[in-house]
Design a protein around this ligand. Structure first.
Ligand SMILES: O=C([C@H](O)CO)[C@H](O)[C@H](O)COP(=O)(O)O
Length: 429
């Protein structure tokens, strides 16, 4: 079997950055350079032309994701310098056939992308019969965020398809190695190379892994454990970015400064500083849960203080968020326990037992339901609806990774405005 190919997917919006990142990826061992779909949509065929000129010794792949007018789009990419053109495997057979005819005419190859194909094995056979040169077992970026795996798709195709198989979708060094062991001839890696601060290093790690294919025992991780691991590794701003600026509570601050809290909400509604339900909720919550308390927005009386904090800490509770005031600030600060509140005040209410535990509440401008995920740090508190928690945690991690490369480019001397091409991307009215 020929040495498997490492294809770096330049899923970027700016051509200059794409060229710089491609250069580093090539130094790390990338063989083929893909003008990613976002790059082509942003810069047009100029992206393919520029990559062709700048990397004369490397195959240029145009990820056109052709869905119609197969011949015309393949011709455009071929004339711009692509050697391989990606089309959608789900496109109509007439589109595929036209793309293949055009590819033969212009001396390029066709890669058919299985993104969203219902029956990948039989469609792959049909695509091979129609003349495509490569099948790409691809799970798209949005689908990855829901936990779909490109390796699982690749394994379904093993031994079933008569043309070389590529694989793409969230791959890193470990999964690249497994992909080769599962029969991939082309390993396509985007984010895990192009978002790294050290692109050459990231590409090198993938290259070395491809050269050492191995199947690893599956590490079983529950979805809850994965959500917690991801949320603990990102910041509250990463999470609200991932939610398109939704979910942030307003007016709440961290009492102990630089602390972080992640957990599922146990909600409490109390009235006029009555501290019975907040304190009873400590016993209802399990280790790792987070108490979210609404005191009806009142800040003249505190339903939470040092003794409650001590008790919550002993029970392994991850933190407390209060739409209202806390007291005993100095003692709580000494404990360094994550408490987030809207105010501080010395006086407490009485334990009358008014209110409810684990019902839907409003807290600092956000609706919180029992079991929703809370991510809180010095920037503030974000609520993530429980049914979207896994997806949001994955997306928040992508936000964090994207920032790593941007931070590195700022360190090298570019301004943030230059990197983001702010003027070009200002919203036209
Ligand atoms: O094809 C891709 C995607 O649809 C965006 O255009 C990516 O290039 C492909 O998924 C590889 O990127 P990663 O998933 O980030 O490795």
């Amino acid at each position: 079997m020929a040495t498997p190919v490492l294809q770096v997917a330049l899923d970027l919006l700016e051509l200059d950055r794409a060229v710089e990142i491609a250069d580093e990826a090539v130094r790390g061992g990338a063989d083929w350079i893909e003008a990613g779909t976002p790059l082509i949509k942003s810069e047009g065929m100029q992206a393919v032309r520029t990559l062709r000129e700048r990397f004369p010794g490397h195959e240029i792949v145009a990820d056109m994701k052709v869905a119609d007018t197969g011949a015309v789009e393949v011709e455009m990419a071929a004339k711009s310098g692509a050697g391989i053109v990606c089309i959608l495997g789900d496109a109509d057979d007439t589109v595929i056939a036209e793309a293949v005819r055009s590819a033969r005419k212009y001396g390029v190859r066709i890669m058919a992308d299985l993104i969203n194909v219902g029956d990948p094995v039989s469609r792959s056979r049909e695509l091979a019969a129609l003349g495509v040169d490569y099948i790409n077992a691809h799970v798209g970026i949005d689908q990855q965020m829901l936990g779909k795996s490109s390796l699982d798709l690749l394994r379904r195709l093993a031994g079933e398809v008569g043309v070389p198989v590529a694989v793409a979708g969230g791959l890193d060094a470990a999964t690249a190695s497994e992909a080769v062991a599962a029969g991939a001839s082309v390993v396509i890696v985007g984010g895990n190379i192009i978002k790294a601060a050290d692109v050459a290093g990231a590409a090198r790690r993938v290259r070395e892994a491809i050269d050492r294919p191995e199947i690893r025992p599956r590490e079983e991780e529950s979805q809850d454990a994965a959500i917690r691991r991801l949320f603990e590794a990102v910041s509250a701003p990463n999470v609200t970015d991932a939610m398109h600026r939704k979910g942030a509570m307003s007016g709440v601050f961290s009492l102990c400064g630089r602390v972080k809290a992640v957990g599922r909400a146990v909600t409490v509604r109390t009235v006029a500083g009555d501290w019975a339900k907040p304190v009873e909720a400590i016993d209802v919550a399990g280790p790792g849960d987070l108490l979210v308390i609404s005191n009806d927005g009142r800040t003249d009386v505190a339903p939470w203080g040092e003794l409650a904090t001590h008790s919550a800490k002993n029970r392994g509770i991850a933190g407390v968020v209060i739409d209202g005031a806390v007291r005993d600030v100095d003692d709580i600060r000494e404990m360094k326990f994550p408490v987030f509140a809207t105010a501080t005040v010395p006086n407490a209410g009485d334990p009358k037992g008014l209110g409810e535990i684990n019902t839907e509440i409003a807290c600092c401008g956000q609706e919180v339901r029992p079991g929703d995920w809370i991510v809180a740090d010095e920037s503030g508190v974000v609520v993530v609806p429980r049914e979207r928690a896994y997806e949001v945690a994955r997306r928040a991690m992508e936000v964090k990774k994207t920032e790593e490369r941007i931070r590195e480019e700022i360190r090298r001397g570019k301004t943030l405005s230059e990197i983001s091409e702010l003027l070009k991307w200002e919203k036209r009215r």
